[in-house]
Design a protein around this ligand. Structure first.
Ligand code: AMP
Ligand code: ZN
Length: 463
């Protein structure tokens, strides 16, 4: 299996540390608000990766964090804590805010058929692990104390920037005037922040009352569950330059060697080719899409049509096209499901092989979907339906729900050529000539129509 590694900028053969299980960490949501469809694209990518690994026979130990403290307005430690800001605005406690948005996030995962990783770790449940981690870093000489917190001294870690390939001096050149004059270097980042009395979430620590930095959360929780060296780390591309560089610095300061073998990043979702942001009013949630008549499966299908390393532009025209295509796919599969025909073994083998090649080539899911579409055009056979369900272990598109096309799309006129065939098929069925009936059904499909037998006779609709 080949996976693209951001660290080396190459597709590499995937070789896990242990044959027993693959260890994988995914940066999870900051639960101060509803996750938008861009966020969900990143979790669909995580899910596809998990499913491809499972399809290849690997057992997974996946960890995803839930950030419920410490993520400040800017990823580079400036501004208010996102949780506390939301709590103030809604007149609730940050814990209530976290519980509510975590619940909605989990519902979104379920709607989108995203498997929850084996371990979901809440930051506030791991404060002691984070404190211990910072103590270790301090002992090892990588951290120093200022009046407002404990910072990582990046001048002690000359490899800083290896993931984003930005040289430290280049970063320095573009740096803003530093507000925090006690920091030794501009990119030094907070491991622990000392809390003002008004800060709601705060814990005792060797440095007084305070709360963890966002980056230490991921290092503490990933290494706690997966060990100091693990296989795969995922996140969105926005995490490459700060968050993941900082995780690497924190991890490797202690391990003195590579701590994550494969770094994988999902590209962004755009809206009308631009940035998706709450202030522009162009973010949508899965629930909003549902209210507009787009099922979560249509959104998942939309995401699967683009490779995870390509930007994906969200438009409603695109969603409309996906809605139609997804329904066509379900209707085409329905014909296979209802058929008793046996498919030629060589054809089944070929589809299986092409499919496996696609998903093993750095998760080429769009290509794998194309292979599924080609297969549905074969003469109907229950074997193709069974194979489609096998493929769906990665797609996660609920293909078992295959059904004839929607009622409202059946209103088009049926050409006489098709209705003649429908009558001929009814006649063949009456004569118990099943082979002929199936043959006629295949012709009907070829003409772009599906046929469903009901107690009131056959119902024909456009594919
Ligand atoms: P957050 O809750 O802000 O920490 O973000 C959760 C995840 O969504 C992170 O892995 C981000 O990289 C990712 N993300 C944020 N915006 C987008 C977007 N427009 N498209 C895809 N992923 C995104
Ligand atoms: Zn993270």
């Amino acid at each position: 299996m080949k996976l693209y590694n951001t660290l080396t900028r190459k597709k590499e053969n995937f070789v896990p540390i242990s044959n027993e299980e693959v260890t994988m960490y995914s940066c999870g949501p900051t639960v101060y608000n509803f996750a938008h469809i861009g966020n969900m694209r990143t979790y669909i990518f995580m899910d596809l990766l998990r499913r491809c690994l499972q399809f290849e026979g690997y057992t997974l130990k996946g960890v995803m964090n839930i950030t419920d403290v410490g993520h400040l307005q800017s990823d580079a430690d400036d501004g208010e804590d996102k949780m506390e800001k939301a709590a103030k605005a809604q007149n609730k406690s940050p814990y209530e805010i976290a519980a509510y948005y975590t619940k909605v996030f989990n519902e979104d995962l379920e709607k989108l058929n995203i498997q929850s990783p084996e371990i979901v770790a809440k930051a506030t449940d791991h404060i002691d692990d984070m404190i211990n981690y910072v103590v270790e870093l301090q002992k090892a000489g990588y951290a120093y104390e200022t009046s407002d917190g404990i910072y990582f001294d990046i001048s002690k870690f000359p490899k800083y920037g290896q993931l984003s390939r930005i040289k430290l001096d280049e970063q320095m050149a573009g740096a803003r005037v530093e507000e925090n004059t006690e920091k030794r270097n501009h990119q030094d980042f907070a491991l622990w922040k000392k809390a003002e009395p008004t800060h709601i979430m705060q814990w005792e620590s060797p440095w007084g009352m305070g709360f963890p930095g966002w980056h230490i959360e991921c290092s503490a929780m990933s290494t706690k569950y997966l060990g100091r060296v693990f296989d795969i780390h995922t996140g969105g591309v926005d995490h490459i330059p700060i968050h993941h560089e900082n995780e690497i610095a924190q991890n490797e300061a202690l391990t003195k060697k590579k701590s994550v073998n494969y770094w994988m990043h999902g590209e962004f979702m755009l809206v009308n080719n631009g940035k998706m942001s709450k202030s522009l009013g162009n973010t949508y949630t899965i629930t909003q899409l549902e209210d507009m008549g787009y099922s979560p499966m249509v959104f998942r299908y939309f995401c699967l049509n683009a490779h995870y390393r390509k930007k994906l532009n969200f438009t409603f025209e695109g969603m409309e096209a996906c809605k139609k295509a997804y329904n066509r796919l379900l209707a085409a599969l329905y014909l296979h499901k209802m058929s008793d025909n046996v498919a030629p073994a060589e054809k089944l083998e070929k589809y299986k092989k092409d499919y496996a090649e696609a998903i093993n080539d750095d998760l080429n899911v769009p290509l794998a979907l194309g292979i599924l579409f080609t297969m549905t055009k074969e003469e109907p056979s229950k074997d193709y339906f069974a194979l489609a369900l096998e493929f769906d272990k990665v797609f996660g598109l609920s293909l078992e729900n295959s059904q004839p096309i929607n009622e409202d799309e059946t209103k088009d006129e049926i050409p006489s050529e098709v209705s003649d065939l429908v009558n001929a098929r009814a006649e063949a069925k009456a004569n118990k000539d099943w082979a002929k009936a199936d043959e006629i059904r295949a012709k009907i499909t070829e003409l772009g129509y599906s046929i469903k037998d009901t107690k009131d006779g056959a119902v024909v609709s456009k594919l």
